[in-house]
Design a protein. Sequence first.
Length: 133
Amino acid sequence: MRFDEEATELMAELSAELPAGVIEQARAEIEQAQVQARDEVDKTEFYAEIPVLRGLRATWNGSFWVQRRGDEPWDDQGPIDVLGPDGRYRGTLAAGAPGMPMAFGPDGLVAFVERDELDVPTIVVKRLPEEAR
């Protein structure tokens, strides 16, 4: 049973016990609340789409690292696809390991920010294998 039907049945039951003015006022307030609720739903904005890309970085040699969203729309730590300077797919790094580098340097150097158990940041520099550059 819908809310409209339940409200109508309740009003019919109460109408025998209450003065007519009270019933009409209650009916008007219910209708006004329904109109306001519909207006709020109509005003609510929803995203037409959920972005798939969460990050994009370019290396020194022109390769691209493209981070996708994870399994859930709010998950920012998805897998990373590596594309060569020619746009060809080179491979995918699994979600969360090691993550998107903060910076790329010459000769395959990359900088990551890692945090310890006390949330203290440390900058870690690593060298990528040739096929991941």
